[in-house]
Design a protein around this ligand. Structure first.
Ligand code: NAD
Length: 351
């Protein structure tokens, strides 16, 4: 399988194919860039239909982590790993420990964390085999009620970023009466809904999972919306917090919100085309990897000496960075995602 000529290959430093016969592990680890520090990124477990699909995912995701860490102002590079398998069926403690050994063989160039299909419990199993595990809460943290789940910080960072977008596009700081449509009210979306509700916003929500919607209706007085209608509502902000590629040829022409600001990864189906399409329609898009960086910021600080005040101060910088992206994009008449890429490259390529 071609790697160097792969369309998603972008000067990745290392791409490893990892196998363990006893546990059945088949995994890939990609380290994109370590100019700023170790390549940190989650381990995704997914029933990929082919090895080619897994390779595409790990190349793309690890590159994204370099950009995310650089813009978040962290002394870290970008990496990612994928395990080929169904997390509900194929996951065993042996498999997770074998993955820990695979991570360990890279001697710290890659630091693993949780992602879709893996949990804090899986990270603990990997940590039996390697010290290169990020975001693991220690005993003190557990006693304080933290688990190492980055979702609260991601949600709070998204809230800060959403406010920066509203300030820039709608010239308002007061969120009372702001209309926000949230697609996906899971770990991040539900917490974002709480921040918005507390700030006085009016909410419309949808989710595949009906109880998640009912909870928002009950707790925040949100209005439940069918899944296919959420992106086309007459609201101020559309906040994608479920899946990727939601900004595409079908949704962009019918979006009515002047601001898109949500936590989902890879929101633009085809980055350049759809970022430009949003700009042409006058819709302000908060680049996903910038607004959703709260999780890696939290993981960076996890461990002994964790202090929420320090984490919170860092999360506030998501707002300042976004404000700079929005101003540059406006000045240069460029889509915001392109400016974000350029700003990240200015940071990690300089070293
Ligand atoms: P989650 O799985 O807890 O929540 C996602 C929710 O979206 C679920 O409730 C799911 O039922 C719902 N959903 C799935 N498909 C949907 C659809 N078509 N329409 C409506 N709802 C749908 O995940 P999460 O941790 O809340 O993450 C949400 C998004 O944010 C993901 O894209 C994730 O990659 C991204 N993200 C999460 C973090 C984090 O710290 N958890 C960090 C960065 C980025």
């Amino acid at each position: 399988m071609a790697v160097f000529s792969h369309p998603e290959f972008d000067h990745h430093e290392t791409v490893s194919w990892c196998h363990d016969a006893a546990s059945g592990l088949r995994a890939l680890i990609a380290v994109h860039n370590t100019h700023l520090g170790k390549g940190l990124g989650g381990c995704r477990m997914w029933p990929y239909r082919s090895e080619a699909e897994a390779l595409t995912d790990v190349l793309r995701l690890s590159r994204g982590m370099t950009y995310k860490a650089a813009l978040a102002g962290l002394p870290q590079g970008g990496g990612k790993s994928v395990i080929i398998g169904d997390p509900r069926r194929d996951k065993t403690p042996e498999l997770m420990r074998a993955m820990g050994r695979a991570v360990n063989r890279l001697n710290g160039a890659y630091v693993v964390a949780e992602d879709s299909g893996t949990s804090v419990a899986d990270m603990r199993l990997m940590a039996q085999e390697t010290v290169h595990v990020g975001g693991l809460a220690d005993e003190k943290a557990i006693a304080e009620g933290r688990t190492g789940d980055p979702s609260p910080a991601t949600a709070y960072g998204t809230f800060i970023g959403l406010k920066a977008a509203v300030r820039h596009r709608l010239q308002r700081d007061d969120l009372r009466g702001l209309k926000v449509a949230i697609q996906g009210v899971g770990n991040v979306g539900h917490r974002l809904a709480r921040h918005l509700h507390e700030a006085g916003a009016e909410l419309w929500v949808t989710d595949l999972h009906a109880p998640a919607v009912e909870r928002c209706v009950r707790e925040f007085g949100a209005t439940a919306v069918p899944m296919e209608a959420i992106h086309a509502l007459e609201v101020d902000v559309f906040a994608p917090c479920a899946l990727g590629a939601v900004l595409n040829d079908t949704t962009i022409p019918v979006l009515k919100a002047p601001v898109v600001a949500g936590a989902a990864n890879n929101q633009l189906a085809i980055a350049d085309r759809h970022g430009e399409a949003l700009r042409e329609r006058g819709i302000l898009y908060a680049p996903d990897y910038c607004i959703n960086a709260g999780g890696i910021i939290d993981i960076y600080y996890e461990g002994p000496g964790y202090d929420w005040a320090i984490v919170e101060a860092h999360l506030q910088k998501i707002g300042t960075t976004l404000a700079e992206i929005f101003e540059r994009a406006q000045r240069e008449a460029q889509p915001t995602h392109r400016i974000a890429d350029r700003m990240a490259e200015e940071i990690f390529r300089k070293r």
